[in-house]
Ligand binder design. Sequence first.
Ligand code: HEM
Ligand code: HEM
Length: 191
Amino acid sequence: MSVSNIDRAREAGRAARPASIKVWDPFVRVFHWSLVALFAIAWFSADEWDRAHEVSGYAIAGLIAMRLVWGLIGTQHARFSDFVYRPSTVIAYLNDSVFLRAKRHIGHNPAGGAMVVALLASLAVAVGTGIISVSDRFWGVEWVEEVHEVASYLTLGLVVAHVLGVVLASLQHRENLVRSMITGWKRKNDH
Ligand code: HEM
Ligand code: HEM
């Protein structure tokens, strides 16, 4: 085989493999999997082990604060401007998802983006009320404890919907979104 043939064969091999694109930067990936671990610790330590509960909760508060900053100055698909859509677009996307005709997105799809906002907001209420519930001013105040509990259960419900959404989108577009959140890479071509 001449040199040019080898080159051609190499190029063909390269073209046959689906091109990949880096989507999630290291911050987003470390943020995500730390959040998963810390949420599990906060959840299972509630009413069981105060120290672990509070420390994991404070760590979640720190992660949320950093994610908010990263949403403004981070890489392309980490930015809120990349995945926060108007409600009508989110509803149209959910409707398309039900009929398995939702468009594939390289970053978060409109429903996934709305879920990110809902998760961050619900987590913020849970940690916010958790933190003030151990302060002198709000210690033992009933509404604070109630809001803390409701926000925590709401977050758990959102997490269940979030994981189901990830599974549905992965099946529909024949890709492993969980692996992408680990490696950062996704298939480039849009079909
Ligand atoms: C084992 C369970 C979980 C799996 C498999 C999972 C999987 C994923 C995947 C695949 C994405 C990217 C979605 C996309 O491609 O658009 C994602 C994003 C996200 N997940 Fe999860 N997730 C899990 C648990 C959680 C939990 C417990 C929370 C919060 C309490 C959470 C919060 C988030 C957030 C905030 C994002 C957006 C990431 C970002 O843009 O910074 N996830 N998750
Ligand atoms: C995302 C983070 C958090 C989650 C998911 C969470 C979840 C929960 C849950 C499920 C309970 C049990 C409620 C009940 O059975 O009455 C609880 C109780 C409690 N949490 Fe958290 N929590 C979080 C963060 C925090 C933080 C940051 C603090 C304080 C620094 C805190 C302080 C407390 C306290 C003092 C209680 C017992 C009082 C009560 O019943 O409300 N939590 N938490």
